[in-house]
Design a protein around this ligand. Structure first.
Ligand SMILES: [Ca+2]
Ligand SMILES: [Ca+2]
Ligand SMILES: [Ca+2]
Ligand SMILES: [Ca+2]
Length: 370
């Protein structure tokens, strides 16, 4: 039995490439030259090279198909004495492995795929996976997927899983059941490496539709303005209305809403909010010098389901009034001559007005008198 030799050739009767020339007996003195010569003349008729004839194995049938059978084990027998009776013989086996060509287009196993997702699905989540079958292997089964239509909102993207060659549809923006509850995404799969020799068995692409059904989720109320800025004078009386917040239930049930203030953000309870109207009012006297800005968290709670709570911010700025007289930081002593003339400078120490404590932002006019 001779050594096992591997011969690779293209399927469907195409010529062998030079690097796949069958390996012959290294003892043959013509082998090196023959290998170089045969690399370019593999289709030479049998017998053209009389010294090493019979060493080339050729396909006997056209249209070999790797997808039907990808390997052949040939047993080769050699006889001396030109095969006459009494001669000796030896055998060897040759394994012929067919390499692949891209002669099979991708085809979706179903024309329609169905999937259901919650509207609360996080962005970047996988929405669906689809795969076009391809009887080829390796680069000849590699696939590119495209979203053809059905995504006018730009919510989805499809890309290829390089390991499985599946089309992976990913969510790019949040879903909203109340805006759109179903999608029909038309997907195209195309072979990445198309061989122009096999265009006639194409097209090397296929279409399928992925139907996505979006399921409703009970969502918390949403404030119409998530950050509302308000101002109030620090001399505002108790019960003075400052402004109004508003929230709504985004669900189709449109549940009623009650408002409240997160008391952790208003520990001293300076403010109240009307549970039904959302009007914010003062609950006790304010002092700008003590607290010039109040950052309140407002809660909007669904009446039917108190676990559904929306949050908003009210930023309340307290406006100043002149309610603080200037106060000097220290007491100043001055000496005055008893014979001082009117208008004569009388202070032995300078009084720096800037040393007065200005508690109020309102700039008072300072005067001195004796
Ligand atoms: Ca193939
Ligand atoms: Ca293919
Ligand atoms: Ca909803
Ligand atoms: Ca809701």
């Amino acid at each position: 039995m001779g050594s096992l030799t591997s011969l690779k050739c293209y399927s469907r009767g195409r010529a062998l490439p030079p690097n796949l020339v069958p390996q012959g007996d290294p003892g043959c003195p013509w082998e090196a030259r023959r290998a170089a010569r045969d690399a370019a003349t593999l289709c030479r008729p049998p017998g053209a090279d009389r010294r090493c004839r019979g060493r080339i194995i050729r396909t006997a049938l056209p249209n070999m198909d790797r997808e039907t059978r990808d390997q052949y084990v040939l047993v080769i027998q050699a006889k001396d004495m030109v095969g006459q009776m009494g001669g000796l013989s030896g055998t060897t086996s040759v394994t012929v492995t067919l390499t692949d060509v891209n002669d099979n287009p991708p085809r979706f196993t179903h024309k329609n795929y169905q999937n259901t997702v919650l509207e609360s699905l996080p962005v970047h989540s996988v929405v669906a996976r689809v795969k076009a079958a391809d009887a080829d292997v390796g680069p000849n089964a590699e696939m590119d997927y495209r979203l053809m239509d059905g995504d006018y909102l730009g919510l989805f993207n499809i890309s290829t899983d390089e390991e499985t060659q599946e089309g992976v549809i990913v969510l790019l923006k949040p879903l909203d059941f109340e805006t759109k509850s179903s999608f029909s995404l038309r997907i195209e799969a195309t072979n990445r490496n198309i061989d122009s020799n096999f265009l006639s068995v194409g097209p090397f692409s296929d279409l399928a539709v992925v139907k996505l059904t979006v399921e409703d989720v009970n969502e918390p109320p949403v404030f119409s303005t998530p950050l509302l800025k308000m101002v109030v004078s620090e001399d505002a009386r108790m019960g003075t209305s400052i402004g109004r917040v508003s929230a709504h239930d985004p669900d189709s049930t449109n549940s009623g809403i009650r408002y409240s203030i997160d008391r952790n953000t208003d520990l001293e309870r300076f403010f109240n909010v009307d549970a039904l109207s959302g009007v914010i009012s003062t609950a006790k006297p304010l002092d700008r010098e003590a607290n010039s800005v109040h950052n309140l968290t407002l809660l909007a709670i669904e009446s039917q389901d108190p676990t559904q709570i929306g949050k908003g911010i009210a930023l309340i700025t307290v406006l100043d009034i002149n309610d603080n007289a200037p106060v000097f930081a220290i007491d100043y002593e001055t000496l005055l001559c008893e014979n001082a003339m009117p208008g004569q400078a009388s202070l032995f120490s300078l009084v720096w007005l800037s040393s007065a404590i200005m508690a109020s932002q309102v700039q008072p006019k300072l005067t001195t008198s004796l």
